[in-house]
Design a protein around this ligand. Structure first.
Ligand SMILES: Nc1ncnc2c1ncn2[C@@H]1O[C@H](COP(=O)(O)OP(=O)(O)O)[C@@H](O)[C@H]1O
Ligand SMILES: [Mg+2]
Length: 506
């Protein structure tokens, strides 16, 4: 007997239709095989399906069973084929019907219950695009799928319940999307950071235009604290961004059971021992790396000099492109990776080069060697370079009155939100959201300088022999400074401030 159940295989952030074909042969020794390029987790499906069926009080058929996942040349990964395989086998044994245009998806536990399975959102998007009407999937993955309107999502607890429903028994109620309220994440509020006015100003500019930033300062000067305060001044994800980010987290199995659309921006801070695959993505079945998990959010590389050079080099191209493509023998996937890179470093191995009070213990050669660990081309791709000097200790104890005067993150965030709305409107027809994403054609269209501003930029460019990339980066940054100032044209003071952040690198 031959049964065909439709399912999907995920490749990056898109899905391909896969047919699960179950063939139960009348002859031959009892056996159970899965063929069609399955990964290890798919092959292990046999054991789970066998146990789940037996533990649902149904005798597993003592026959030769061959399951084919077609097309055979598409790699299949994960445990999502358990349910369609089990349904296929059960259809050859008991009398029930599957409704037309239905997809089955999910991992089975040995006891027959269904477990949260990664990729439910991608599955639902596929279902909608391809005219499927119903999805049967683990109850804990149902909310994630119910984000997509127009497809009936059936939350299934276990195999017995599903078979009962499909045989005309008790109905399974369709899931309705419930939006979970996420706590706004911020580790530090800006009003906890004393002094550092220019670093805070730089953070606000970075947050407004989505610019990358590199902070250099001695140990304990507050670099890590500043970076960790950044999420608190970033606006929530808008609808489109939220779907982009949730798809990434769905594909990589990072959405918890019962999870919903992600609204807060991610803040990723991988340890410096991370490999290039961990940072940029990859693996036999390509999975997204930190630069993709940080999409539309922040990637914080603390102590940049400590990272493996190969990992940083691998990050260079995607940093410019806003996406990363990963090639494997069987497939090529492209993941989005538009994020704010925030990096920090000490100025030298001992950390006190150019310090006002302490003297540096390093030799010139040591300093040079230390700096060489980060490549010039990577630094050239960073829009803003700032110094984070120590705050004088006597300034660190504040009176209550002084404390009240410090601006909380919430206020700054409101300004950032406003300036981001302006940018969104500006780039409505360009398919980008922030100034930092501008390509040269957008710069020509949207950045106009006053004559004096133009002169200033020209003379600074030749004085510091800017590369073409640096020149355009200053233009983008000036646009952001002008946006904070709510000015249509970029003026001299905007260019002057932008130059200050770029010149440090020259
Ligand atoms: N400007 C500041 N205002 C208040 N506390 C600060 C400031 N700078 C540093 N600190 C304190 O010092 C600690 C260490 O700072 P950190 O950000 O880790 O320094 P760095 O990363 O530059 O070595 C912080 O956790 C914080 O408690
Ligand atoms: Mg630190």
């Amino acid at each position: 007997m031959f049964i065909k159940i439709p399912s999907v295989a995920n490749s990056g952030l898109s899905s391909i239709g896969v047919d699960v074909e179950v063939n139960v042969l009348k002859r031959g020794m009892p056996a159970f095989e899965i063929v069609g390029l399955p990964a290890k987790a798919v092959s292990e499906s046999k054991e789970r399906v066998r146990a789940a069926i037996s533990n649902s009080k149904i005798k597993f058929p003592p026959r030769k069973i061959i399951v084919t996942l077609a097309p055979a040349d598409v790699p299949k990964e994960g445990s999502c084929y358990d349910l369609p395989i089990a349904i296929g086998i059960l259809l050859t044994m008991i009398d029930f019907k599957t409704p037309e245009k239905s997809l089955f998806f999910g991992e089975l536990s040995l006891d027959g219950s269904l477990r949260h399975t990664k990729g439910a959102l991608l599955l639902a998007l596929f279902a909608k695009q391809n005219g499927f009407k119903n999805i049967f999937l683990p109850a804990s993955s149902a909310n994630e799928a119910a984000v997509v309107k127009g497809v009936n999502i059936y939350p299934v607890e276990n195999l017995t319940q599903l078979i009962d429903f499909l045989s005309g028994g008790e109905k399974i109620k369709e899931a309705e999307y419930v939006e979970k309220k996420e706590a706004f994440f911020q580790e530090f509020d800006m009003n906890e950071i004393i002094g550092q006015e220019s670093a805070k100003r730089a953070l606000e500019i970075a947050a407004t235009g989505g610019h990358n930033m590199f902070m250099v300062g001695g140990p304990g000067s507050g670099k890590t604290m500043l970076a960790r305060a950044l999420p608190g001044i970033l606006p929530l994800l808008d609808e489109k961004e939220s779907l982009e980010v949730t798809k990434i987290y769905s594909a990589s199995g990072n959405i918890p059971p019962g999870g919903s659309l992600i609204k807060t921006r991610s803040f990723r801070s991988p340890h410096h021992t991370i490999s290039s695959v961990g940072l940029t993505g990859g693996g036999t079945f390509p999975s997204p790396g930190e630069i993709t998990l940080a999409h539309r959010g922040v990637l914080f590389l603390d102590e940049l000099n400590e990272f493996q050079r190969s990992a940083l080099e691998a990050m260079r191209q995607p940093l410019e492109d806003g996406h990363v493509s990963i090639s494997r023998s069987k497939e090529r996937v492209v993941y989005p990776s538009k994020y704010m890179l925030i990096a920090s470093a000490n100025p030298c191995p001992c950390g006190y080069l150019n310090h006002e009070m302490k003297s540096c213990q390093c030799t010139e050669r040591e300093v040079e060697k230390y700096r060489k660990r980060i490549s010039g081309p990577l630094l050239d791709r960073i829009d803003m370079h700032i110094d984070v000097p120590d705050v004088e200790t006597k300034k660190l104890s504040l009176t209550n009155k002084e404390k009240e005067k410090m601006e909380p993150s919430e206020n700054i965030r409101k300004r950032v939100e406003k300036a981001r709305e302006v940018q969104k409107e500006r780039f409505r027809e360009d398919g980008i959201l922030t100034n930092s994403e501008m390509k040269n054609k957008h710069i020509g269209k949207h950045v106009s300088l006053t004559r004096e501003a133009e002169n200033l930029l020209q003379s600074a460019s030749s004085k510091f022999s800017f590369s073409a990339r640096s020149y355009f980066k200053v233009l983008k940054l000036s646009r952001t400074v002008a946006d904070i100032d709510e000015k249509e044209n970029v003026e001299t003071n905007h260019v002057a401030e932008a130059l200050q952040y770029k010149i440090q690198n020259h």
